[in-house]
Design a protein around this ligand. Structure first.
Ligand code: F6R
Ligand code: MG
Ligand code: MG
Length: 366
């Protein structure tokens, strides 16, 4: 039987440079050193990068999902990078490591995780999407477009291996429940939920024809884990492409329309998700606007051949232009919704203090 490969992406903000803008090179170097030294015999390959203030570890191995050794390795890389961040007094050093010690699995400990196990196909193109200054529900719109919208993905209509559609696994992050939707027949029901991305997130997508996993995302909400504001979750998502999965260009196409996502300044504002290259993943204007990077790799016996930095393509200049115009429009609304998030979705709020202060000034309306 063919052996399975696992593709694991684990990310954390262990210190921003400057403020919450980017990852300092020393942190990336340190993390790579740890994966190199301690990863021998554990990993097949790895690639370290930074998107906004998030340190991203892309790893391949044969140990399956939720593997303790692999998660511990990532944890050790983040701890080592945190030590460097502390020396440089980088901003929020160690902020996403919510525990002092590792206990079996990074899930629920702060870092974001997306991972999938599969038999490597004769050719296995994958895209790793990584976002900063937004939340896991930001993937709902593009994943819907990629796997359920024939206006985006021509293959849904004309590729016999895609025509039967895809199954979406949707998580309710508040109730901690999951449900499977078979698309296309369930799309109207599914949209009732995934149109509310603060609560419902597409966790994974499966091909109904190939019976294979096609996409998976990180869905943890740091604020729900920590019970206080610790930054937005800045999610990652893995998409397998071609031969019955969306073509690379179909997987990238949803990002030509910079949709509005929650996050941006203080995790409390809606703004356009701007597709950018790694070099431009430095959110500056009002700590944003939120960014997304797409790195493509060919897997070859577990090796990560790449990356190709897809959004460096000039074909996404128009999306960036639109995102800048939308950003200016939204900014002009200042502290008003829908730029500012509804009260219950803001990551920072002075509401309880202000209500308390004004308690005696509120009177009944007849
Ligand atoms: C958003 C984000 C930043 C910070 C902002 C204030 O996810 O990380 O916009 O919220 O820079 O940061 P503090 O409260 O640390 O001064
Ligand atoms: Mg930060
Ligand atoms: Mg971040």
């Amino acid at each position: 039987m063919a052996t399975k490969i696992t593709l694991t992406v684990i990310k954390a903000d262990v210190g921003g440079y400057v403020g919450h803008a980017t990852v300092h090179d020393i942190l990336k170097q340190k993390a790579a050193e740890v994966l190199d030294d301690k990863g021998k015999g554990v990993l097949d390959d790895y690639h370290v990068t930074g998107v906004g203030d998030d340190l991203e570890l892309i790893m391949t191995h044969r140990k399956g999902v939720d593997n303790e050794e692999v998660h511990k390795l990532a944890w050790d890389a983040f701890v080592a990078a945190t030590q460097e961040a502390k020396k440089l007094k980088l901003y929020g050093a160690g902020q996403d490591l919510l525990s002092d010690s590792f206990s079996g699995n990074v899930r629920g400990m702060g870092p974001g995780v997306a991972e999938m196990e599969f038999v490597e196909r004769p050719s296995e193109p994958v895209i790793i999407f990584m976002a900063d200054k937004t939340e896991p529900g930001a993937w709902n719109f593009p994943l819907y477009k990629m796997f359920a919208d024939p206006f985006n993905t021509a293959g849904l209509v004309i590729d016999p291996k895609m025509h039967a559609g895809f199954t979406f696994e949707v998580h309710d992050l508040m109730a901690k429940k999951r449900i499977l939707f078979n698309c296309p027949e369930d799309i109207y029901d599914m949209l009732v939920f995934i149109g509310a991305p603060a609560r419902f997130c597409v966790k994974s997508v499966y091909s109904r024809t190939l019976n294979e996993i096609a996409a998976t995302s990180s869905t943890q909400r740091l604020s729900l884990i920590a019970g206080r504001y610790v930054g937005k979750d800045d999610p990652v998502c893995i998409v397998r492409c071609q031969s019955g999965m969306p073509a690379v260009g179909e997987a990238l196409e949803p990002f030509a329309m910079p949709h509005l996502v929650a996050g941006w300044m203080r995790g409390s504002h809606n703004g356009p998700l701007m597709p950018v290259s790694v070099a431009h993943a430095c959110p500056s204007r009002f700590d944003g606007p939120p960014r997304v990077v797409a790195l493509g790799f060919q897997l070859a016996e577990g090796k990560l051949v790449g990356p190709v930095d897809f959004f460096a393509d000039v074909a996404f200049d128009g999306a960036r232009q639109m995102a800048n115009e939308l950003a200016s429009y939204m900014r002009r609304l200042g502290p008003f919704e829908p730029h500012r998030l509804p009260l219950d979705e803001m990551e920072y709020t002075t509401m309880p203090e202000v209500v308390k202060k004004l308690e005696n000034r509120f009177t009944e309306i007849e």
